[in-house]
Design a protein around this ligand. Sequence first.
Ligand code: AMP
Length: 216
Amino acid sequence: MLKKKNLIFLGAPGAGKGTFSDVLQSREGIVHISTGDLLRAEIASGSELGKQAANLIEQGKLVPDDIVGGMVAAKLATAECEEKGFILDGFPRNIAQAEMLHKLLDEQGKKIDAVVCFDVPEEAIVKRLSGRLNCKCGGVFNKFYFPPKKENLCDKCGAELFQRPDDNPDTVRERLGVYSEKTMPLIDFYRNSGLLVSITETNRDKIVEALYRELA
Ligand code: AMP
């Protein structure tokens, strides 16, 4: 069992945060809070919030802090998060969001136990994102690293796979620029607070094990 259960996963898009969140969610029941997934669900539902976010996401830009902050606040307040712990994947993405988060956690009497930083070289990120294939059931595959058994069809539900609109090369470049300008300062922010655990490409095969060992 993970003893430290309220986690932030920090890292560039495509660094593996979502995949490892899914592993911990299925093993430990930890609640996976992905602001990207929450925003995509809003877009799919056709809500006003989704309409505001869609354009920015397609351009690889950040959605306003108050929108994502509101979504995260609602999730964190659930009994499930209190009981099982949570992984914040893709939030915070800048210093203002981190400040917003810690104010919110103080108000709810919660704290972050560790910030896991996924450190992956940029070339690997570009290859991973350009090969990523998604399914409407939530399945994620990769043309290069984890191809589906039947070309372009989901192993889990058989539906046709698609590429996320923001995984095209131009938007990927923009997203990586936003990551280094706005999100990377959070690495020092959390290093200074003693919460940072770094996971690099060289120990990637042992990531899950490392999560258990280092965080337990
Ligand atoms: P992700 O699935 O985490 O790669 O997020 C996809 C897109 O959703 C990002 O490129 C942003 O446009 C938007 N997004 C996700 N999380 C945030 C956040 N914390 N703050 C602002 N925008 C976000």
